[in-house]
Design a protein around this ligand. Sequence first.
Ligand code: IPT
Length: 965
Amino acid sequence: MSALPWYEDVSPGRGTLPPRAWYARSDASALSLNGDWAFRLSPTADTEDESFAAPDFDASGWGTVAVPGHWVLRGKEYGGPAYTNVRYPFPVDPPRVPTENPTGDHLRRFDLPADWPAGGGAVLRLDGVESCARVWLNGTELGEFKGSRLAHEFTVGHLLGARDNVLALRVHQWSSGSYLEDQDQWWLPGVFRDVTLLHRPAGSPGDFFTHAPYDHVTGHGTLRVECDVPGRVTVPELGLDLATGESVTVPVEPWSAEVPRLYEGELTAGGERVPLRIGFRTVAVENGVMTVNGRRVLFRGVNRHEFHPQHGRALDLATMRQDVVLMKRHNINAVRTSHYPPHPAFLDLCDTYGLWVIDEGDLETHGFEDLAWQGNPVDDPRWTPALLDRAARLVERDKNHPSVVMWSLGNECGTGAGLTAMARWIRDRDPSRLLHYEGDRSCADTDVYSRMYPPHAEVDEIGRRADEGPERRRELPFVLCEYAHAMGNGPGGLADYQRLFETYERCQGGFVWEWIDHGLVHPVHGYGYGGDFGEELHDGNFVCDGLLFPDRTPSPGLLEYKKVVEPVRIADGGPGTILVTNGHDVADLARLAFTWSFLADGETLATGPLDVPAVAAGASTRVALPVPPSHPAGAETVWTVRAVLAEDTAWASAGHEVAWGQIPVSGPATAPRSVTAAAAHPVRPMRPVHEAGRITLGPGVFDARSGALLSLGSLPVAGGARLDVWRAPTDNDEGAPWQPEERHGPLWRGLGLHRMRHRIDEITWSDDELTVRTRVAPAASDLGIRTTYRWSADGSSLRLGVEVVPEGDWRVPLPRLGVRLGLPAALDRAVWYGAGPGEAYPDTRAAARLGRWEAAVDTLGTPYLRPQENGARIDTRWVELTSRTDGVRVRGDRAFSFTARRWTTEQLDAAAHATDLVPGDTLWLHLDHAQHGIGSQSCGPGVLPAYRLDAAPASFSFTFGPAGG
Ligand code: IPT
């Protein structure tokens, strides 16, 4: 067999310059080559010869493609995006790739700007091309490279003319590099980051390395800028002017994610002045704890893939900034750049706004796991040069960012000598940061013990340092590089993890998987996921597991995370006081203003400012509350204390809420636990009246045969107000096959909880009550739920008491336990008193606060890309649903959850995309005594025992009355 073509050999490339520090700009000229390029797509690597690279080639018959961009996102005639999680979408035979290898030829003609300097050289920089490129300028081949999310540069000065330069790129979708880029994401070939021509004045720096450690004992920073050419470094604010290579120690303010103090400086060498953005900080492990500037840090992190619903991984600066601002506004302080170095400008934003960064190499070979890791490139010396190239391109490009506190070798590669070689190289080149890699449990090469998706109990054990394992590992700080899989509704259990992180110093937080849903704009489905673009192999909606929807709207999961990781805790401090705990890593509370409000039955009676001293990070203080305002006797009362930004910041305006707490003063008037009518309606109980197949009881009319509620005052009722235990399984209910726990979604469906039948055993009435006895059960099973409905009424309200007694050996929890009824869709507004304003379930309820809330019914739901249970409002005392002319109020004897939507659970369950759900003319109202928790089992652990809804005898009741009652 002949030698392999370059794109199939394992080498990282040829002809490129050594990697070096990236900077956004200097005073040297630069020409962006972004824009519309001439483009030709071929089905194989060799359909077309290389004559297109010749300067006189006529490309007038070609189409165009936007650079940066991915050609597959241009429409069907350009192929399409393809999503796989772990599996390679081609036969695994490294380093060979399929003959069907979509190949994009790209051409760009350009003139040099009139003011392009005459002397010096020039460099062509390509910041990201998937999966490889061969490059020509003016007919001369420059070389070729692999490493999609890495910068590659070529010397081009000698080839440039003033006019009519022709840059030609041949890009193959598949290359040997694809074996190293098996990240869980869309396969998206193309020139997806900037292409820039950089003038290089004579004597200008090739590379430089800013060293700026901070000594927290002395408060001094030491600055030294290494450079490959002699130059000078100035930092006017510090009065510094020193030679490159020289070091100076001066008093400084340190950089941290909370106080991202940057000093502007300049490196002058030859004819170039390069702006420096210096952040002084020292990263260390001290006694098994990771510290920055001598203080323990706690990561409130997310995994961020680069994603845009229209542009894939081609992100503009505004979108990157939007990500950073959204993170800061949601109390997120750390990012893992899963699983490749991001666009370099993103790291500038992290430096500026303040985020701790784990910068990860462009490396994942996960698809070998299914093959027992046979042939894994990270354990094959032939691939080591390619791995080292990736390590160097990561570190060299990003080494000058203070935000980067850890280097990560890559993700999900198993183990191998190649990884060790990378780790050695990185340690040698940059000992100032910690090294991360999750895939090797021995931690032989790493400075932190990192896990993905460990259950809470395991985190607890590690926190107590009771974990077994290699000696070395037991002395390392612990992080969860991935946890809380945010797929669909969820993640549940966040608060329980956070408690562990705040209990054990060794547990230094984690990174939620993941930041944003990768739903791509789709002509039919709104947003498409795996399988929607004709892929023969795909992993469905596993690519939609973010805290943001594709359009960057925060999901309920992000709001929950914001609350769970809030850096200030406001709790009951004992009579008349609150306890304020500053959970920041370094910042005191001076930047925050506190306010109180006093609520009675959800109504705000008074508000005011609260003086809270600027306690230091880690410290607590007790603060006295004012005298409560006068309020109705017997009202449920609660203090709400909020911490808001005192002044505008770069990422939010003054008044932006950072943290809050609620402190109950007096509870709800204790409701009668008995569900007998007498207890609820001491006055004027009404008599059921039987006539012509109907039973009338106050405002309720029932079918005398089935006991179904037919109307409620003037409102027709569908579905009878019957017991309901089914919910459209969430992605977390469905669970992941690799999780050891039982998967409830499939078990529920197997049992038939989605097709429960209602047997009417007895309908009786007395002077003051209508009683309907039933047994609710699925076909083919001996499991069932004895259900008794007791209806009673006074003049205007109707009361339903429900008693359930499960029969048989129930081994699975119930999805929900409540009743559902259909009301006219004209009831389009909801007002409720309970926890809100957003969706909440037993283990996703931290962000829900007690209050009186109001919303259009059509906004109560959460449009998860794959439809599933959503939109419940927890801890509801009462809810009112109204149209312009009509309305109903439902009160619970005890707090309940309500859900209101214009489609049934069955329709929700059957839908594959949010666009499948069409509102009907019935408003389906669920009144749930309880719901099962959410958990995180779509990838990680399931619902914790405390949040399980086990089948057990229960009774609950609701009172239906006129709105405004
Ligand atoms: C883990 C991966 O690291 C990440 O890329 C993503 O796939 C995530 O899971 C799930 O969405 S790997 C998983 C099989 C534990």
